[in-house]
Ligand binder design. Structure first.
Ligand code: NOJ
Ligand code: CA
Length: 703
């Protein structure tokens, strides 16, 4: 990642112990203002205003320690520093080619009036689209090694906002979203209604996950999350349903502790993004800006791509990950007896390689290639997989040669079944194996209860594990896509080989459960995707009839699946259906062939969480644009002005739209494709079916 400072104006304003405890200290940027002061007990308090109106009412800050005095009260302000930053940087890949990082920073230095005289700094960064802040623990005689018992950070809201939430679960983010006022949040009702989620740990009935998306009755959109989560547990929010106050709730480790720190050090950033336009929430780059620049120097090997995979056929029960029906199903020679349903066999994998090569898809993922799948799940077993031993019908050498010859990059699958200790022990061996056989990316997975036992998917131990995997992958020049990790917090800036995460309810829930409501994909960008790209696995073409379970289907139309390639950003993007389903609709598949995974520019054209979303993106180093428009269960008519196109230029637009009689439930696979000439003056009337979407490619006529 290159750093291009274009303008840096910084001034330091330090003064010793001159601020009165009750004086408000402020920082601001455009319509956003931050106020800080100490209350009568010397507790740090902050508030956030948008256009002069409160968004976060005065809210307490502080940290409780284990077996040590709390960093929560009896403070005095010993000084403040202020600076302004305005710079531009270039991400290795992303939704835009350049990112402006413009903020006013205020650091408040605090000292406790006590025997220990503990010092704490709180740094705020105020951007035009919100506020980030974090705790910093300076080096000091009476605070060296310490354990965080709790974080007291509050976000006191101004009313009973409309909220898009999932439970604050320590082990999963794979819930469907509920839209309700804050006063009706009840995590347990949703947890009970989700039997399809493998491991659930939601001890607090009134806790929700972040990114938390809200809308006030005055039409102000607020998003609360965190940035740069390392060496600390992830932040969920405890909800006070009557006062509308949220309090940080950190995921505990096996001992109930939240983080083990050594001063000087700091916490992740807490982020509050605010705007009166929903579109601005989606275009905010605040979370990325709060992360450190790339720690990977040479990034030339990091290449976004699309992929297909031996995957959906297992999800839908057509084939299996395992080779035998059970671990006990062995012959007299002690070897597993083949069930005949194993998906990852050489011939089948070659079929996917052929399909990818024929259609310009860069990669092929294969799951179920390594031994262990007979009893991989549900036994809390430490040593399930070794990540290097293929099943007898998976000829790794032959497959590598075949893929190479066809110009296809293979994607490794390392399911850990939650046993991070086993993976840590074998990571080097696993990555060496990938290198040997030419695998350039890995998809990891953490289905199951975590080992070390007592830890959680979203706790500090695992947070550090995921980072170690990203670092290890980088050292072998391997790109990473993590399934079931903690939800992302913008660390893809620091580790740009960490291309995608699942960490949310993917399209796969349409395969093995009652699925995702038609509104789901209109909420995800405002929640899960705020922290980073999602491996949502779009592109299912056979919307019905892939499962024996009555009523089971994908809850979108076919063309909405196409539009998701634009609305659900990921630099590693799957074409998730099986080749034979694509082969029936090669005219529609053309959009998946064309759509890029790396962009120079992004315009959020219209957006309303839970309702609709239209995004246009310009392909990296190209004049081509792609547009995706989606709706929830309601049909939608909208007019899109193509004013983002170059003036005076003629373009060919290919429009993949729901057929007039399409709808997600009864007629989901009906679509039309038409080609028209458009210019920057064109206004396109789009008609989206219930649960539908439109996808458009727009290419200059004369290149
Ligand atoms: C859950 C993942 O989300 C899915 O993509 C994968 O196929 C299975 N685990 C098996 O690893
Ligand atoms: Ca999953």
């Amino acid at each position: 990642m290159k750093f291009l400072p274009i303008y840096l104006f910084s001034f330091l304003l330090s003064f010793a112990a001159c601020a009165q405890n009750n004086d408000a200290i402020t920082a601001g940027m455009d319509r956003v203002r931050l106020e800080f002061k100490l209350d009568a007990s010397g507790r740090p308090v902050y508030a956030v205003y948008y256009d002069g109106k409160p968004v976060i009412k005065p809210s307490v800050l502080g940290i409780k320690l284990v077996d040590a005095p709390g960093l929560d009260e009896h403070f005095t302000v010993t000084g403040t520093d202020k600076k302004t930053m305005d710079e531009q940087w270039t991400p290795v890949w992303g939704e835009v080619s350049h990112i402006r990082n413009h903020y006013e920073q205020l650091t408040v230095h605090l000292k406790q009036q006590s025997k220990e005289a503990l010092a704490l700094d709180i740094t705020f960064r105020v951007f035009a689209d919100g506020v980030g802040f974090r705790y910093e623990f300076p080096k000091q005689p009476n605070l060296s090694y310490f354990i965080v018992a709790d974080e007291l950070t509050q976000f006191n809201l101004t009313g009973d906002h409309k909220t898009f939430w999932i439970p604050g679960d320590y082990d999963t983010n794979e819930y469907p979203y509920t839209i309700s006022p804050i006063s009706q949040i009840d995590a347990w009702t949703l947890a009970k209604a989700s039997p399809d989620i493998a491991v659930k740990t939601a001890p607090d009935q009134y806790a929700v996950q972040t990114p938390l998306m809200m809308k006030t009755s005055e039409g102000v959109y607020i998003n609360i999350h965190e940035a740069a989560l390392v060496n600390y547990s992830s932040m969920q929010l405890h909800v006070d349903r009557s006062s509308f106050g949220l309090t940080a709730s950190l995921v505990p480790d096996a001992y109930g502790n939240k983080a083990y720190l050594h001063a000087p050090c700091r916490t992740p950033w807490r982020t509050i993004i605010v705007s009166d336009k929903a579109a601005d929430i989606l275009s905010s780059k605040m979370i990325l800006n709060l992360n450190e620049p790339s720690k990977i120097k040479n990034t030339a090997w990091i290449k976004p791509m699309k992929f297909v995979g031996v995957w959906w056929e297992m999800q839908t029960g057509k084939s299996t990950w395992s080779y035998a029906t059970s671990a006990d199903n062995v012959g007299p020679d002690g070897k597993l007896i083949a069930s005949g349903k194993h998906g990852a066999n050489t011939a089948n994998v070659k079929r996917y390689i052929d399909f990818a090569a024929k259609n310009g898809i860069g990669g092929v993922l294969v799951e179920g290639w390594n031994v262990g799948w007979e009893d991989w799940f549900g036994n809390w077993k430490e040593n399930v997989f070794d990540f290097v031993t293929p099943y007898p019908d998976f000829d790794v050498k032959a497959i590598t040669q075949y893929a190479k010859q066809k110009g296809i990059k293979m994607i490794m699958h390392n399911e850990t079944s939650g046993s991070a200790t086993n993976y840590e022990r074998q990571m080097d061996t696993a990555f060496r194996f990938m290198k040997k056989y030419g695998y350039t990316s890995v998809k990891t997975g953490y289905v199951g209860k975590i080992i070390p036992r007592g830890e959680h998917h979203d706790g500090a131990w695992m947070v550090n594990h995921y980072v170690r995997v990203a670092q290890k992958a980088a050292s072998y020049q391997v790109m990473l896509d993590a399934h079931e990790p903690v939800r992302p917090t913008g660390l893809q800036r620091t580790y740009p080989n960490w291309m995608a995460c699942e960490a949310g309810r993917g399209n796969e829930y349409n395969a093995f459960s009652n699925g995702n409501a038609p509104s789901h994909e209109t909420i995800m960008p405002f929640t899960r995707l705020m922290g980073g790209p999602m491996d949502y696995t779009p592109g299912i073409f056979k919307i019905k009839g892939y499962s024996d379970v009555p009523g089971r289907q994908v809850h979108t139309t076919l063309t909405k699946q196409l539009a998701l390639y634009v609305t659900m950003y990921s630099p590693l993007q799957m074409a998730a259906d099986i080749p034979e389903n694509y082969e029936k609709h090669m005219d529609a598949f053309q959009f998946i062939k064309d759509v890029p995974v790396d962009w120079d520019d992004t315009k959020i054209l219209e957006a309303e969480p839970g309702e609709y979303l239209s995004i246009a993106r310009k392909q990296k180093r190209s004049a081509d644009w792609y547009l995706g428009a989606i709706t929830n269960q309601d049909s939608r008519s909208t007019t899109i002005a193509l004013s983002f196109l170059d003036k005076g230029k003629k373009y060919t637009a290919t429009i993949y739209a729901d057929a007039p009689n399409a709808d997600w439930k009864n007629n989901p696979e009906a679509y039309t494709i038409k080609t028209i000439t458009v210019t920057a003056d064109t206004k396109l009337d789009l008609k989206l079916a219930p649960g539908g979407g439109t996808a458009i490619s727009i290419k200059p006529r004369d290149k």
